[in-house]
Design a protein around this ligand. Sequence first.
Ligand code: F6P
Length: 355
Amino acid sequence: MKKRILIVNSGGDCPGMNAVIRAIVKRAHQESDWEIIGSINGFDGILSEPLEIIRLTEKRVEGIHPQGGTILTTNNTRNPYNYPVVQKDGSIKNEDVSDKLIYNLKVFGFDAVIHIGGNESHKISLKLYQKGVNIVGIPKTINNDLAITDYSFGFQTAAQVATEAVDKLITTARSHNRVLILEVMGRDAGWIALHAAIAGGANVCLIPEIPFNMEKVVKKLTSKYSTYGRGYANIVVAEGAHFKDGDGKIIQGSIARKIAAKLKEINFEADVRETILGHLQRGGSPIAFDRILATELGVKAFELVKEKKFGTMAIHKNSELSQISLEKVINQYNKVELSHNLIHTAKGIGISFGD
Ligand code: F6P
Protein backbone atom coordinates (compact mmCIF):
# COMPACT_ATOMS: atom_id res chain seq x y z
CA MET A 1 0.00 0.00 0.00
CA LYS A 2 1.47 3.32 -1.04
CA LYS A 3 1.89 6.06 1.53
CA ARG A 4 -0.46 8.97 0.80
CA ILE A 5 0.12 12.70 1.13
CA LEU A 6 -2.76 15.15 0.93
CA ILE A 7 -1.93 18.59 -0.47
CA VAL A 8 -4.14 21.39 0.83
CA ASN A 9 -3.67 24.95 -0.41
CA SER A 10 -5.52 27.72 1.38
CA GLY A 11 -5.59 31.50 1.58
CA GLY A 12 -5.19 33.86 -1.36
CA ASP A 13 -3.77 32.37 -4.53
CA CYS A 14 -0.44 33.61 -5.85
CA PRO A 15 1.87 33.00 -8.80
CA GLY A 16 3.85 29.82 -8.14
CA MET A 17 1.18 27.70 -6.45
CA ASN A 18 1.03 25.32 -9.39
CA ALA A 19 4.82 25.13 -9.47
CA VAL A 20 4.95 24.04 -5.84
CA ILE A 21 2.22 21.42 -6.37
CA ARG A 22 4.08 20.07 -9.40
CA ALA A 23 7.37 19.91 -7.45
CA ILE A 24 5.82 17.87 -4.63
CA VAL A 25 4.38 15.41 -7.14
CA LYS A 26 7.55 15.09 -9.21
CA ARG A 27 9.76 14.65 -6.12
CA ALA A 28 7.39 12.00 -4.73
CA HIS A 29 7.51 10.14 -8.01
CA GLN A 30 11.28 9.78 -7.60
CA GLU A 31 10.26 7.29 -4.89
CA SER A 32 8.22 4.18 -5.58
CA ASP A 33 5.90 4.13 -2.59
CA TRP A 34 4.20 7.52 -2.40
CA GLU A 35 0.91 8.78 -3.76
CA ILE A 36 -0.04 12.48 -3.87
CA ILE A 37 -3.65 13.57 -3.60
CA GLY A 38 -4.95 17.14 -3.82
CA SER A 39 -7.85 18.53 -1.80
CA ILE A 40 -10.13 20.69 -3.93
CA ASN A 41 -10.83 24.25 -2.70
CA GLY A 42 -8.73 24.23 0.43
CA PHE A 43 -10.02 22.08 3.27
CA ASP A 44 -13.40 21.68 1.54
CA GLY A 45 -12.18 18.68 -0.44
CA ILE A 46 -11.24 16.56 2.56
CA LEU A 47 -14.33 17.64 4.51
CA SER A 48 -17.00 17.25 1.84
CA GLU A 49 -19.25 14.19 1.36
CA PRO A 50 -18.22 12.61 -0.90
CA LEU A 51 -14.63 13.86 -0.72
CA GLU A 52 -13.58 16.24 -3.47
CA ILE A 53 -10.02 15.09 -4.01
CA ILE A 54 -7.86 14.55 -7.09
CA ARG A 55 -5.00 12.10 -7.62
CA LEU A 56 -1.98 14.14 -8.70
CA THR A 57 0.16 12.18 -11.13
CA GLU A 58 3.16 13.44 -13.04
CA LYS A 59 0.95 13.49 -16.12
CA ARG A 60 -1.64 15.63 -14.31
CA VAL A 61 0.90 18.25 -13.22
CA GLU A 62 2.86 18.24 -16.43
CA GLY A 63 3.46 21.81 -17.61
CA ILE A 64 1.42 23.54 -14.88
CA HIS A 65 4.36 25.45 -13.37
CA PRO A 66 4.01 28.53 -15.65
CA GLN A 67 0.26 28.72 -14.98
CA GLY A 68 -1.04 31.29 -12.51
CA GLY A 69 -3.51 30.36 -9.81
CA THR A 70 -3.86 26.79 -8.50
CA ILE A 71 -5.34 23.73 -10.20
CA LEU A 72 -6.76 22.75 -6.79
CA THR A 73 -8.58 26.10 -6.33
CA THR A 74 -8.37 27.68 -2.89
CA ASN A 75 -10.22 29.97 -0.52
CA ASN A 76 -9.34 32.20 2.40
CA THR A 77 -12.42 31.64 4.53
CA ARG A 78 -12.86 27.89 5.15
CA ASN A 79 -11.03 27.30 8.43
CA PRO A 80 -11.72 23.78 9.85
CA TYR A 81 -11.88 25.35 13.30
CA ASN A 82 -14.54 27.81 12.19
CA TYR A 83 -16.23 26.05 9.31
CA PRO A 84 -19.65 26.85 7.78
CA VAL A 85 -21.96 23.87 8.49
CA VAL A 86 -25.51 23.61 7.12
CA GLN A 87 -27.91 23.07 10.04
CA LYS A 88 -31.09 20.90 9.95
CA ASP A 89 -33.22 24.00 9.40
CA GLY A 90 -31.04 24.99 6.43
CA SER A 91 -29.24 27.78 8.27
CA ILE A 92 -25.44 28.00 8.30
CA LYS A 93 -23.49 27.91 11.55
CA ASN A 94 -19.69 28.01 11.88
CA GLU A 95 -18.38 25.04 13.84
CA ASP A 96 -15.09 23.33 14.74
CA VAL A 97 -14.95 20.36 12.34
CA SER A 98 -11.28 19.50 12.97
CA ASP A 99 -12.25 16.12 14.46
CA LYS A 100 -14.09 15.26 11.24
CA LEU A 101 -11.03 16.36 9.25
CA ILE A 102 -8.74 14.13 11.32
CA TYR A 103 -11.19 11.23 11.05
CA ASN A 104 -11.34 11.58 7.24
CA LEU A 105 -7.55 11.72 7.01
CA LYS A 106 -7.36 8.45 8.93
CA VAL A 107 -10.22 6.65 7.21
CA PHE A 108 -8.97 7.54 3.72
CA GLY A 109 -5.44 6.44 4.56
CA PHE A 110 -3.53 9.72 4.48
CA ASP A 111 -0.13 9.48 6.13
CA ALA A 112 0.61 13.20 5.98
CA VAL A 113 -0.64 16.62 4.88
CA ILE A 114 1.34 19.32 3.07
CA HIS A 115 -0.37 22.65 3.66
CA ILE A 116 0.47 25.57 1.35
CA GLY A 117 -0.57 28.89 2.86
CA GLY A 118 0.20 32.22 4.49
CA ASN A 119 0.37 33.19 8.13
CA GLU A 120 -3.31 32.62 8.91
CA SER A 121 -3.22 29.23 7.18
CA HIS A 122 -0.28 28.08 9.26
CA LYS A 123 -2.05 28.90 12.49
CA ILE A 124 -4.38 26.13 11.31
CA SER A 125 -1.38 23.91 10.44
CA LEU A 126 -0.02 24.30 13.96
CA LYS A 127 -3.38 23.48 15.62
CA LEU A 128 -3.77 20.39 13.44
CA TYR A 129 -0.22 19.28 14.27
CA GLN A 130 -0.90 19.76 17.97
CA LYS A 131 -3.97 17.56 17.46
CA GLY A 132 -1.84 14.78 15.99
CA VAL A 133 -1.88 15.46 12.25
CA ASN A 134 1.38 14.72 10.42
CA ILE A 135 1.59 18.09 8.70
CA VAL A 136 4.30 20.11 6.93
CA GLY A 137 3.77 23.71 5.82
CA ILE A 138 4.95 25.69 2.80
CA PRO A 139 4.92 29.52 3.00
CA LYS A 140 3.20 31.44 0.22
CA THR A 141 1.94 34.97 -0.14
CA ILE A 142 2.48 37.88 -2.51
CA ASN A 143 2.84 40.14 0.55
CA ASN A 144 6.22 38.70 1.56
CA ASP A 145 5.13 39.29 5.16
CA LEU A 146 6.23 35.90 6.53
CA ALA A 147 9.26 36.54 8.70
CA ILE A 148 10.64 33.04 8.60
CA THR A 149 11.75 32.87 5.00
CA ASP A 150 13.89 35.10 2.79
CA TYR A 151 11.04 35.39 0.33
CA SER A 152 7.66 33.75 -0.03
CA PHE A 153 6.93 32.64 -3.57
CA GLY A 154 4.52 34.94 -5.41
CA PHE A 155 6.10 38.11 -4.06
CA GLN A 156 8.71 38.69 -6.78
CA THR A 157 6.10 38.18 -9.51
CA ALA A 158 3.75 40.63 -7.80
CA ALA A 159 6.60 43.14 -7.47
CA GLN A 160 7.35 42.71 -11.19
CA VAL A 161 3.69 43.29 -12.13
CA ALA A 162 3.60 46.40 -9.93
CA THR A 163 6.85 47.68 -11.44
CA GLU A 164 5.51 47.27 -14.97
CA ALA A 165 2.43 49.23 -13.90
CA VAL A 166 4.64 52.08 -12.62
CA ASP A 167 6.54 52.05 -15.91
CA LYS A 168 3.26 52.50 -17.81
CA LEU A 169 1.83 55.13 -15.47
CA ILE A 170 4.97 57.25 -15.67
CA THR A 171 4.52 57.58 -19.44
CA THR A 172 0.94 58.83 -19.13
CA ALA A 173 1.74 61.08 -16.16
CA ARG A 174 4.50 62.67 -18.21
CA SER A 175 2.26 63.07 -21.26
CA HIS A 176 -0.42 64.89 -19.28
CA ASN A 177 1.65 66.69 -16.61
CA ARG A 178 -0.36 64.71 -14.07
CA VAL A 179 0.09 63.01 -10.71
CA LEU A 180 -0.62 59.28 -11.08
CA ILE A 181 -1.26 57.26 -7.93
CA LEU A 182 -0.83 53.46 -8.02
CA GLU A 183 -2.26 51.42 -5.15
CA VAL A 184 -0.67 47.99 -4.69
CA MET A 185 -1.34 45.04 -2.38
CA GLY A 186 0.69 43.83 0.57
CA ARG A 187 -1.88 43.86 3.40
CA ASP A 188 0.10 45.13 6.44
CA ALA A 189 3.50 45.14 4.73
CA GLY A 190 4.96 47.59 2.22
CA TRP A 191 7.33 45.27 0.34
CA ILE A 192 5.53 45.35 -3.01
CA ALA A 193 5.22 49.14 -2.92
CA LEU A 194 8.85 49.61 -1.92
CA HIS A 195 10.17 47.35 -4.67
CA ALA A 196 7.91 48.85 -7.35
CA ALA A 197 8.71 52.43 -6.34
CA ILE A 198 12.46 51.89 -6.62
CA ALA A 199 12.37 49.65 -9.70
CA GLY A 200 9.74 51.78 -11.48
CA GLY A 201 11.08 55.20 -10.51
CA ALA A 202 8.23 56.67 -8.46
CA ASN A 203 8.69 59.94 -6.60
CA VAL A 204 6.65 58.99 -3.53
CA CYS A 205 6.31 55.60 -1.82
CA LEU A 206 3.75 55.25 0.97
CA ILE A 207 3.85 52.12 3.10
CA PRO A 208 2.04 50.89 6.25
CA GLU A 209 5.27 50.94 8.25
CA ILE A 210 5.67 54.71 7.78
CA PRO A 211 2.42 56.62 8.46
CA PHE A 212 2.65 59.61 6.15
CA ASN A 213 2.15 63.33 6.43
CA MET A 214 0.19 64.75 3.49
CA GLU A 215 2.05 68.07 3.68
CA LYS A 216 5.33 66.23 3.09
CA VAL A 217 3.78 64.40 0.11
CA VAL A 218 2.53 67.68 -1.38
CA LYS A 219 5.97 69.25 -0.90
CA LYS A 220 7.58 66.43 -2.89
CA LEU A 221 4.96 66.58 -5.65
CA THR A 222 5.26 70.37 -5.93
CA SER A 223 9.00 70.02 -6.44
CA LYS A 224 8.28 68.02 -9.61
CA TYR A 225 6.41 70.92 -11.28
CA SER A 226 7.75 74.09 -12.87
CA THR A 227 6.09 77.49 -12.49
CA TYR A 228 4.26 76.90 -15.78
CA GLY A 229 2.59 73.77 -14.36
CA ARG A 230 4.83 71.55 -16.43
CA GLY A 231 5.96 68.37 -14.77
CA TYR A 232 4.60 65.06 -13.52
CA ALA A 233 4.85 62.76 -10.53
CA ASN A 234 4.08 59.17 -9.55
CA ILE A 235 3.03 57.85 -6.16
CA VAL A 236 3.07 54.16 -5.24
CA VAL A 237 0.93 53.50 -2.17
CA ALA A 238 0.51 50.19 -0.37
CA GLU A 239 -3.11 49.29 0.43
CA GLY A 240 -2.27 49.28 4.14
CA ALA A 241 -0.58 52.69 4.16
CA HIS A 242 -2.29 55.41 6.19
CA PHE A 243 -2.14 59.06 7.11
CA LYS A 244 -0.26 59.87 10.31
CA ASP A 245 -3.64 60.41 11.99
CA GLY A 246 -5.29 57.58 10.01
CA ASP A 247 -6.99 54.47 11.37
CA GLY A 248 -4.84 51.97 9.45
CA LYS A 249 -7.91 49.98 8.29
CA ILE A 250 -7.32 48.30 4.90
CA ILE A 251 -10.11 48.76 2.39
CA GLN A 252 -8.70 47.96 -1.01
CA GLY A 253 -8.81 50.93 -3.35
CA SER A 254 -9.51 53.35 -0.55
CA ILE A 255 -6.14 54.87 0.33
CA ALA A 256 -5.36 55.84 -3.28
CA ARG A 257 -8.72 57.56 -3.57
CA LYS A 258 -8.26 59.31 -0.22
CA ILE A 259 -4.91 60.73 -1.34
CA ALA A 260 -6.39 61.85 -4.66
CA ALA A 261 -9.27 63.50 -2.81
CA LYS A 262 -6.86 65.32 -0.47
CA LEU A 263 -4.91 66.67 -3.47
CA LYS A 264 -8.11 67.82 -5.18
CA GLU A 265 -9.28 69.37 -1.88
CA ILE A 266 -6.23 71.63 -1.75
CA ASN A 267 -6.55 72.37 -5.49
CA PHE A 268 -3.18 70.86 -6.20
CA GLU A 269 -1.84 72.46 -9.38
CA ALA A 270 -1.96 69.28 -11.48
CA ASP A 271 -4.62 66.78 -12.43
CA VAL A 272 -4.60 63.58 -10.36
CA ARG A 273 -5.60 60.05 -11.38
CA GLU A 274 -5.51 56.82 -9.39
CA THR A 275 -5.08 53.18 -10.40
CA ILE A 276 -5.85 50.23 -8.12
CA LEU A 277 -3.68 47.35 -9.31
CA GLY A 278 -5.58 44.81 -7.23
CA HIS A 279 -5.63 41.17 -8.27
CA LEU A 280 -3.38 41.68 -11.26
CA GLN A 281 -0.68 41.16 -8.62
CA ARG A 282 -2.18 37.82 -7.61
CA GLY A 283 -2.95 36.24 -10.98
CA GLY A 284 -0.85 35.39 -13.96
CA SER A 285 2.25 33.38 -14.69
CA PRO A 286 5.06 33.30 -12.08
CA ILE A 287 8.42 34.70 -13.14
CA ALA A 288 11.40 32.33 -13.10
CA PHE A 289 12.45 33.37 -9.59
CA ASP A 290 9.13 32.28 -8.11
CA ARG A 291 8.97 29.08 -10.14
CA ILE A 292 12.39 28.12 -8.80
CA LEU A 293 11.58 29.09 -5.19
CA ALA A 294 8.26 27.23 -5.34
CA THR A 295 9.98 24.17 -6.79
CA GLU A 296 12.65 24.23 -4.09
CA LEU A 297 10.04 24.48 -1.33
CA GLY A 298 7.91 21.73 -2.84
CA VAL A 299 10.84 19.32 -3.01
CA LYS A 300 11.90 20.25 0.53
CA ALA A 301 8.39 19.80 1.93
CA PHE A 302 8.12 16.31 0.49
CA GLU A 303 11.49 15.40 2.00
CA LEU A 304 10.40 16.70 5.40
CA VAL A 305 7.42 14.34 5.18
CA LYS A 306 9.66 11.46 4.13
CA GLU A 307 11.95 12.22 7.09
CA LYS A 308 8.87 12.46 9.36
CA LYS A 309 9.83 16.01 10.39
CA PHE A 310 6.21 16.98 11.01
CA GLY A 311 5.13 20.23 12.60
CA THR A 312 7.66 22.10 10.48
CA MET A 313 7.61 24.45 7.52
CA ALA A 314 9.95 24.31 4.55
CA ILE A 315 11.79 27.62 4.24
CA HIS A 316 14.45 29.37 2.17
CA LYS A 317 16.66 31.20 4.68
CA ASN A 318 20.00 32.88 4.01
CA SER A 319 20.01 31.24 0.58
CA GLU A 320 19.70 27.78 2.16
CA LEU A 321 16.76 25.39 2.11
CA SER A 322 15.80 24.53 5.64
CA GLN A 323 12.85 24.04 7.96
CA ILE A 324 11.45 25.78 11.01
CA SER A 325 9.00 24.54 13.62
CA LEU A 326 5.48 25.85 13.08
CA GLU A 327 5.42 27.28 16.62
CA LYS A 328 8.12 29.73 15.52
CA VAL A 329 6.20 30.83 12.43
CA ILE A 330 2.98 32.03 13.95
CA ASN A 331 2.60 35.80 14.31
CA GLN A 332 6.14 36.35 13.02
CA TYR A 333 5.56 39.10 10.48
CA ASN A 334 8.15 40.44 8.08
CA LYS A 335 7.48 44.17 8.06
CA VAL A 336 9.69 46.74 6.33
CA GLU A 337 12.18 47.87 8.97
CA LEU A 338 12.95 51.61 8.78
CA SER A 339 16.62 50.62 8.87
CA HIS A 340 16.23 48.34 5.84
CA ASN A 341 18.71 49.05 3.07
CA LEU A 342 15.89 49.52 0.56
CA ILE A 343 14.53 52.44 2.61
CA HIS A 344 18.01 53.95 2.62
CA THR A 345 18.37 53.30 -1.11
CA ALA A 346 14.98 54.80 -1.93
CA LYS A 347 15.71 57.93 0.10
CA GLY A 348 19.14 58.02 -1.53
CA ILE A 349 17.51 58.54 -4.93
CA GLY A 350 15.05 61.10 -3.59
CA ILE A 351 11.93 59.00 -3.06
CA SER A 352 9.73 60.55 -0.37
CA PHE A 353 7.94 58.37 2.21
CA GLY A 354 5.81 61.29 3.37
CA ASP A 355 7.74 61.39 6.62
O1 F6P B 1 -2.88 38.33 1.41
C1 F6P B 1 -2.78 38.49 0.04
C2 F6P B 1 -3.76 39.50 -0.44
O2 F6P B 1 -3.64 39.60 -1.82
C3 F6P B 1 -3.61 40.87 0.18
O3 F6P B 1 -2.49 41.56 -0.31
C4 F6P B 1 -4.93 41.49 -0.21
O4 F6P B 1 -5.30 42.57 0.61
C5 F6P B 1 -5.88 40.32 0.02
O5 F6P B 1 -5.10 39.13 -0.16
C6 F6P B 1 -7.04 40.31 -0.94
O6 F6P B 1 -7.87 39.23 -0.53
P1 F6P B 1 -9.07 38.75 -1.50
O7 F6P B 1 -8.45 37.94 -2.59
O8 F6P B 1 -9.93 37.94 -0.59
O9 F6P B 1 -9.72 39.99 -2.03
